[in-house]
Design a protein around this ligand. Sequence first.
Ligand SMILES: Nc1ncnc2c1ncn2[C@@H]1O[C@H](COP(=O)(O)OP(=O)(O)O)[C@@H](O)[C@H]1O
Ligand SMILES: [Mg+2]
Length: 512
Amino acid sequence: MDGVETLNLAVPIAAPNLPSFARKQDIDVRYAVIPPYSYIHIYWDKEKNELIYEVEEPELDEEEQEILELLEKGIEEIIDVSFLREKTQDSIISYLQQSSNLILKELNLSVSEESYFKLFYYLYRDFIGLNEIESVMRDFFVEDIGCNGINSPIYVVHRLYRNMRTNVIYKDIEKLANFVEKLAQRSGRYVSYATPILDGTLPDGSRVNATYATEITSKGPTFTIRKFTKVPFTPIQLIDFKTLSPEILAYFWLLMEHKSNILIVGGTASGKTTLLNALAFFIPPEARVVSIEDTRELNLPRENWLPNVSRTGLGPGKVGEVSLFDLLKGSFRQNPDYVIVGEVRGQEAYVLFQGMASGHASLSTIHAESVDTVIKRLETPPINLSPTLVNILDVVAVMTHAIVKGKETRKLKQVIEILNVNPDGSATTNIPYFWNPADDAFYFKRNSYVFRKIMEKSGLSQEELLREFTDRLRLLYELYRRNITEFNMVQQIINLYYKDKNAALRQLGLLR
Ligand SMILES: Nc1ncnc2c1ncn2[C@@H]1O[C@H](COP(=O)(O)OP(=O)(O)O)[C@@H](O)[C@H]1O
Ligand SMILES: [Mg+2]
């Protein structure tokens, strides 16, 4: 069959400009994700009183359905599907096309062009994509996808319209188990009865967590996918979202330049990694940066960056495992100026703090709700740091989820400077910044203990340091005011500031 060249299934399309609605009840939007085959329709279901996220795909009649099954079986026989993934999208598509033409010929089947296109969409979806959820994966607006087992609908979290139920449901436990195996395979990991928990990263950077249970009594396997936002939020966007104030960003900019050690704490999904990525914009352009993560989330707009992702071993002997601990130890040999650890959980913390003690700046996150709990976590098993080592931390930033005027937001709640960690585990602190929920305002004071440390180390006078602070604050505020939020633009102007401060200020009209 000719004409398939026009099938552009692999090409990502621009995200549509979706309207906002004051009332959920009024939402009714439809947009293409893989045109002209698959669309998303989001609307209010009056009967069920909830928002529905409907994946619309081409309908197949009975005959087409049968042919599709024949084609899928045939393709599985003639090509090694795992081999396909090594190839480029274009060559995979032509491979699938050749094979299906061959099978159609052999079976002496003829299909109309229209049917052929529809069938090919499904072949593409199932062999190259992620089957029933491929359209959802392609939807720019979807942040999270979750499946709680069979016979309950998959739900999504949408950037604009938030939580919704979808029309995708797994009814067959075996099919769902196969799908979880596929997710594991795609993340280069392995699930089985013996190792039923999957924690991995898909090739596009999305994070997958899944459980593999096939007992008839359970609801079956489950999975959640947190989609990788390829373009991370910039510091200016965080001002825009009212997550933090320009003052605290100017403060962090100085801290980052002078290689302070910063730890971001908060609950699950409170925005720790997002803040970490935003602060990384302030790393001087020529500095050497090493990052270490369990699953790939970070995205830094810089050249001097060595990203590392840990790997779980396969099988009982854990063959090929590379842990955060191994990576971190190795990374110090690469002699980085900055070490970024996506999330500190266990013994790798010890290596990290030792690295800080020997002069490498560090930026990391840890799951904890407050400074007290973080110190406790660092000083007790499995981490077991001594108070002297914990003392090397300069600053703890606390992120939190908050509902402000009925809207879900993320807030940088507090920035806490560690003056001293006492032998009993208590800490003497200074709080230069906090968010006050009562008036939803940020409070900042220039009396900073870390500023004093920076002055001592760098020889800057108080006046010079405060001048720097003020200039950076003006620059950040001007970017915000002019709505300059784009990833590369923000990074460029920060880099320019490092190279030629006056040129950067002049470019924004801040130098008369
Ligand atoms: N300041 C913010 N404003 C709005 N959404 C945010 C903000 N920070 C993070 N998010 C969103 O919240 C989710 C979790 O963020 P993440 O930084 O991964 O959290 P954590 O590292 O604490 O688990 C992501 O979908 C992210 O896009
Ligand atoms: Mg995180």
